[in-house]
Design a binder for this molecule. Sequence first.
Ligand code: G1P
Length: 297
Amino acid sequence: MPHSVTKAVIPAAGLGTRFLPATKALPKEMLPVVDKPAIQYVVEEAVRAGLQDVLFVTGRNKNALENHFDRATELEMILTSKGDAQKLSRVAESTDLANVHYVRQGDPKGLGHAVLRSRDHVGGDSFAVLLGDDIIDGRDMLLERMLQVHDAKDSCVVALMEVDPAQAHLYGIATVEATDEDDVVRVRGLVEKPEPGTAPSNLAVVGRYVLKPEIYPVLEQTEPGRGGEIQLTDALLTMADDEVFGGLHGVVFRGRRYDTGDRLDYIKANVQLAVEREDLGPGLRAWLREFVDGFER
Ligand code: G1P
């Protein structure tokens, strides 16, 4: 379904310290999930939803990420001379995927600050923000649905998912009101990473946002919040209160999301995505059964 948005912003300036030492010299976005860097799934998702123009907000040590979305001339020449068309097409996948642009975040002042850095590129249009730690299954149309809701309501939209209350302190948590559509809610309150046991609900913001350009002046005025960082969540709360700009809606996602943000979830994401693959799934499933049997004894 056509929609009005064409640009995606992907914050990728984080240091990835949870994955040290793997991320000492490698950007965390480049850690493979099965056999593709995590970030490639996210760019593929944006492109699937019709967002060809992708802006990465990067930091230092992100050269590998830039190289991944560029030509790899030497590698291509070697594979061409070997006549290995299959591997050559795997190399080209990420080169041809999107129109990729980069801006540096500079000071690491938080997600809100990273999004603010996209202002010159995005200008006066609505845009999507996709966080690299979350992979949404290619069969589930979350971003497409959010773009539809943005157009229909002319408002900012966040993706929400029910989470285990014990995990609520890791997320932005929303207070919502129902609308006449089962998967769409009006967001009335938002709190960034509430203290354990104080979350107002178990509806968490997962890493997908469709934002109106009016968020930029709001972000500029947003004071540092949780962790001393400029929080996108705090700017969104201002938007939620602002009827003139359409408030804030949430799309409640009930599909498949893979979290690559911490080590255990990252390992789970690899297994979940690999068992679904035609080439690896059958062998992995059989081995997993044997492995678990041995483990339980
Ligand atoms: C960010 C947001 C948070 C959101 C989360 C989703 O936090 O600040 O509101 O719930 O992404 O993954 P981060 O996980 O980057 O600390």
